[in-house]
Design a protein around this ligand. Structure first.
Ligand code: HDE
Length: 696
């Protein structure tokens, strides 16, 4: 069997149905004459039970909903492919990693964790990053997150952390938010969650886009080569667009202005041909080197710093097609960590071991029985033959009478495969021990990496963490919970952190009891640090909102537009009304969005071209001024030419503040566009010390 990038698409095509050019029928294929009126006695009389079309239509509607995922309910999916850069035969025998010309089809689902299916995309939360590879040897699911650690070490605590984080059971509040008593109560009593807590309070929990975040397999897995040699591996996804985040105030506003912000961003960019790309990275650890690491590799609350074990980039994941139907694909896709192919194996990480059960089990209630693998999106491309029988909604019609093994009636089929023939053989790890409910000594270090994460951040990133904790704990009603977080958790992470949080909450500063490890800093963890290699003259897929009124400087608009588009960005012209606005040259320009329907939080940058008449109108327009001030407050690049710099003055914004690019002589003067693009490429200008003086 040979699989290429489009094989899954072709397989799905057999199940697609397109109404174009067809008559409407009932589910039984009977043509429908009228779907607007139920069958009744007389035009004003009662409806008849005999109306099979009415009953079928309503019955189908009544049962359209299925239970949402118990976690990760809100998600967005995309199709694509994975391609290795070179053969990894030395590391793994997994077929998808052997040949650099081979493209394996994938389906990816990104998600938030805590919110319901209809909750906002920009909640402070972990993001799911689940990848299903349809390989020639069957499906491999790498069900990861955008944060490399987890709250707990043992799967048996999963119901507890999720119950604590989800809306509280008595009144089902708050939606998609961890800023409430039960979450922080749990955290204050669970020191092992300290490291993950730092990540969730950091900018990582506010991605700018699914296209601009990392992904991690979290657990240590094994790679096994054809000689049976096992090595430990951590999986990483590195986004080609770099890692970028939103600002918390922006997230909260986006939750109302565009709750589908990430879903829309993913969908629209794939439609435009801006295919998101991620590189697969591997951290390989030889079995003999594990002890030297000094880090418990089975503990999912720990990372292995990249400085200790570098990340080798071995292939790319490209998302190049949107799903055809949300429910059929994105909602019904069922991932399972236990879906592995020969060459990939588990470790004894107690979190992973528990997940291997949970993901199979959860589908039974979510997708209504054991035959969920026959749903088109879940079906492997590899052929399936076994003696599994029956159950609700069985699709496959098994032939023959020998549905047991061994058999002679069926010629012994389906038969076994030796390992050499591709049969999955579990790594023969030697284990020996007593049965007990306990965790090893090596799982007891809870604070060193939490502190390492905090201390690896740049100053602005640290400030964001402090602000996030102050926001969250500020929403916690019970004072004793706030105090316990400060005294029992933060005091052990970092002195500066606990001091600032305690002071911000009006609590006494506890005596710090910071626990430090051998590695106290990992620069690779900082988003700001990652930017050091970023290009300054490229702004792929960045959105620039342009504020105009009649009389704007036409040359400035067209010169800036040309430069932005050349650098990969996109301009969106915003005016009071839809239709056109007239430039200084008398020519009309199409308005893309009316000020009524959009807001600065939907853009990465703002540009205001000069033109006395246009600027005079904008200066008196509270919405336009709010747009600029809000973008300033959110640390975005702002470009103004000629008279438009008056808007900065009117808004209380200094033209020499970081990220502001102003040119009194116009867009063609003195590298204005190059400087503006460089300012956008910076993503956010955190060092605007006066930003809180500007209203938004
Ligand atoms: Fe999940 N998780 N999880 N999780 N998880 C689910 O499976 C679970 C964990 C992750 O887009 C559920 O099909 C347990 C870590 C993603 O469909 C459920 C534990 C990581 C998705 C489940 C964890 C994840 C899920 C709910 C503790 C990152 C969405 C619906 C041991 C490595 C997949 C479903 C999608 C979904 C259980 C912890 C990632 C209930 C028991 C750690 C991306 O089975």
């Amino acid at each position: 069997m040979s699989i290429d990038a489009r094989s899954k698409d072709e397989a799905l095509a057999r199940d697609r149905s397109n109404p174009t050019g067809h008559r409407m029928t009932s589910d039984q294929g009977i043509p429908i004459e009228n779907t607007d009126n139920s069958l009744r006695v007389g035009a004003r009389g009662p409806t008849l039970l005999e109306d099979f079309h009415f009953r079928e239509k309503i019955m189908r509607f009544d049962h359209e909903r299925i239970p949402e995922r118990v976690v990760h309910a809100r998600g967005s999916g995309a199709h694509g492919y994975f391609q290795p850069y070179e053969s990894l035969a030395d590391l793994t025998k997994a077929n998808l990693f052997q040949d650099p010309s081979k493209k394996t089809p994938v389906f990816v689902r990104f998600s938030t964790v805590a919110g319901s299916r209809g909750s906002m995309d920009t909640a402070r939360d972990v993001r799911g990053f689940a990848v299903k590879f349809y390989t020639e040897e069957g499906n491999w699911d790498l069900v990861g997150n955008n944060i490399p650690v987890f709250f707990i070490q043992d799967a048996i605590k999963f119901p507890d952390i999720i119950h604590a984080a989800k809306p509280e059971p008595h009144h089902e509040m708050p939606q998609a938010a961890s800023a409430h008593d039960s979450f922080w109560d749990f955290i204050s009593l669970m020191p092992e969650s300290a490291h993950m807590l730092m990540w969730v309070m950091s900018d990582r929990a506010l991605p700018r886009s699914y296209r601009m975040m990392e992904g991690f397999g979290v657990h240590t897995f094994r790679l096994i080569n054809d000689k049976g040699v096992s090595r430990f591996v951590k999986f990483h996804w590195k986004p080609k667009l770099g890692v970028h985040s939103l600002v918390w105030d922006e997230c909260q506003k986006l939750g109302g202005k565009d709750p589908d912000y990430h879903r829309r961003d993913l969908w629209e960019n794939i439609e435009k041909g801006n295919f998101p790309e991620y590189e697969l990275g591997l951290q390989i650890i030889e079995e003999k080197d594990v002890a030297k690491l000094g880090i418990e590799i089975l503990d999912s609350t720990k990372i292995i710093p990249e400085e200790l074990v570098p990340v080798r980039r071995v292939g790319k994941l490209v998302l190049d097609r949107n799903p055809t139907n949300f429910f059929a694909e994105t909602e019904q896709v069922a991932f399972c960590t236990a879906n592995v192919v020969p060459g990939i194996d588990f470790t004894d990480d107690p979190l992973l071991q528990g997940r291997n059960f949970s993901y199979l089990d959860t589908q039974l209630s979510r997708l209504g029985g054991p035959n969920f693998v026959e749903i088109p999106i879940n079906r492997p491309l590899a052929p399936v033959h076994n003696n599994q029988q029956d159950g609700f909604k069985r699709h496959t019609i098994l032939e023959g009478r020998a549905n047991y093994f061994p058999n002679s009636l069926g010629g012994g089929c389906p038969f076994m495969s030796s390992a050499a023939e591709g049969g999955y053989r579990h790594f023969p790890e030697k284990v020996d021990g007593e049965k007990l409910r306990a965790r090893g000594e090596s799982f007891q270090d809870h604070f060193t990496q939490a502190g390492m994460f905090y201390r690896s951040m740049s100053k602005p990133e640290q400030e964001h963490i402090i602000a996030a904790i102050l926001f969250e704990l500020g929403k916690v009603e019970r004072k004793e919970v706030r105090a316990r977080v400060v005294e029992q958790i933060l005091a052990k992470i970092d002195e500066e952190l606990v001091t600032q949080v305690a002071e911000g909450l009006g609590l006494p500063v506890p005596k710090p009891a910071v626990e430090k490890g051998k590695i106290d800093k990992s620069p690779a963890l900082s988003i700001e640090y990652m930017k050091k290699d970023a290009k300054k003259d490229a702004i792929p897929t960045r959105l620039v909102g342009v504020l105009v009124a009649d009389g704007f400087d036409a040359e400035d608009l067209s010169a800036t537009r040309a430069a932005i588009e050349k650098a990969g960005g996109q301009m969106v012209v915003i005016a009071k009304r839809l239709g056109t606005v007239k430039g200084s040259d008398g020519q009309p320009v199409m308005v893309d969005k009316s000020a009524l329907t959009t807001a600065s939080v939907e853009y990465d940058a703002v540009f205001v071209p000069g033109g006395a008449a246009s600027v005079a109108v904008l200066k008196k327009d509270a919405d336009a001024m709010h747009f600029i001030q809000e973008a300033y407050r959110h640390c975005k690049a702002i470009g103004v030419t000629r008279e438009a710099s008056e808007l900065l003055d009117a808004g209380g914004i200094s033209s020499s503040a970081p990220g502001i690019v102003a040119d009194a002589k116009g867009a063609r003067h003195h590298h204005f566009t190059a400087k503006f693009i460089e300012s956008i490429a910076e993503h956010r200008h955190w060092m605007r010390l006066d930003r809180n003086n500007v209203p938004a």
